[in-house]
Design a protein around this ligand. Structure first.
Ligand code: SF4
Length: 380
């Protein structure tokens, strides 16, 4: 096998040559004779994972059908509070990929993961009263992003003995990303490194040395192999003023989620100071998103309002920090009702689903259970 081409130094070659090298490397990795573990391509719909999906697609098209024996999964995750415009883009591209996969008879499965019903943003915030997440108490990333994707990978590991996760991570994405990439060396004699938290999973990073400019140049130069161009992606980034919340696979990568860099994150994200993605869309004329931004800002405002928080934690105890300061418990049932009412109003105004019926049903069930516990405590 030829060595992986490094783009660390600008080599002055045209982007078409460098792209050809990437596709060739992906093809050779796919045809690796040492193993045939399934590939799971983490697909967020953002620029980096689109380039990777594009490269995998091209590589498969260059392989004779009889040798396309390794299954490939293109997997995206829906946090169920994803920015609606990003979700619409992801749905469109997923549909196009599915259509092309069928007509070209490629061994690709397009899949979508999502959090378990009892771990969604709304069920935890409104049903159980978890205070809106912030940087100290970011209870959402693991439940909304890491767990659903990890479960999909684990299922494949138990079925096939191992699985290879193909990611669009790049060394120059951020300092933290560079540190994570530098921390893990490739498994000897391979282009793969071990997954930080899923045993049996290996990571393959075909575009690790590309710069952001390279990525945009590739997207701008080569039409999407599933049909159409990547033009809509350019528009999406332009409107959202850049940034993205990439595929998050482990806690050590999670600081990128919910920071000023993560403008393609959940529309409800109260970890960021100001929502940038929806605000960007509003600034570019999409005023339908105004009520969503106002609702998110309100969630930030009420977080530390003592009148909306229980004195005791969900475990029935009063809690204090090391300085003796009282730490309030979850949102009161009354506050949770208020949040749900407001959210349903926003949903009505927005004209599309923001919370599912199953979530609302479970929220009512959780309130009934909490009220019973409160009554029980009052009668002690
Ligand atoms: S984008 Fe924000 S709300 Fe969504 S998982 Fe990340 S930190 Fe949590």
């Amino acid at each position: 096998m030829e060595p992986v081409v490094s783009f660390e130094q600008e080599d002055g070659r045209p982007v078409s040559d460098r792209w050809r090298d990437i596709v060739r490397n992906v093809k050779e990795e796919y045809l690796s004779e040492t193993q045939e573990y399934p590939w799971i391509v983490g697909f967020s719909g953002g620029k980096d994972s689109t380039v990777v999906a594009h490269a995998v697609f091209e590589a498969l098209l260059a392989i004779p059908p009889s040798r396309r024996t390794r299954p490939v999964h293109i997997v995206s995750n829906d946090t169920m509070v994803e920015s609606p415009l990003v979700m619409a883009h992801l749905d469109d591209v997923s549909r196009l990929i599915e259509g092309a996969v069928d007509s070209l008879e490629l061994p690709i499965t397009v899949a979508r993961t999502k959090p378990d019903l009892d771990k969604t943003f709304w069920v935890l915030l409104i049903g159980k009263g978890y205070p809106s997440p912030n940087s100290q108490m970011r209870w959402c990333t693991d439940r909304l992003k890491i767990q659903p994707t990890s479960t999909y990978i684990r299922d494949n590991v138990s079925k096939f003995g191992a699985a290879i996760v193909v990611l669009g991570v790049r060394r120059t994405e951020s300092i933290r990303r560079m540190q994570t990439i530098n921390k893990y060396e490739n498994v000897r004699g391979t282009n793969l490194n071990e997954h930080a938290s899923v045993t049996g999973a290996l990571i393959y990073r075909p575009i690790v040395e590309l710069s952001t400019d390279d990525v945009w140049e590739i997207l701008g130069s080569f039409p999407a192999p599933w049909g159409g161009s990547h033009r809509k992606l350019f528009q999406l980034y332009r409107d959202a003023e850049g940034g993205e919340c990439p595929v998050v696979l482990s806690k050590e990568e999670a600081p990128g989620c919910g920071t000023k860099n993560s403008r393609f994150g959940c529309w409800t994200c109260t970890v960021v100071e100001k929502d940038k993605s929806l605000q960007g869309f509003i600034d570019s004329g999409q005023h339908a998103y105004k009520p969503l931004v106002a609702f998110r800002d309100w969630l930030v405002d009420i977080r530390n309002d003592p009148t909306r928080r229980s004195a005791i934690r969900r475990n029935g105890r009063l809690t204090f920090d090391v300085t003796g300061k009282h730490i309030p418990g979850p949102f009161t049932i009354q506050a949770r009702r208020e949040i749900l009412e407001r959210l349903l109003q926003v949903q009505e105004e927005f004209g599309a689903e923001l919370i599912s019926k199953d979530e609302v049903d479970l929220i009512h069930k959780l309130w009934a259970e909490d009220l019973q516990t409160e009554e029980g405590l009052a009668n002690v």
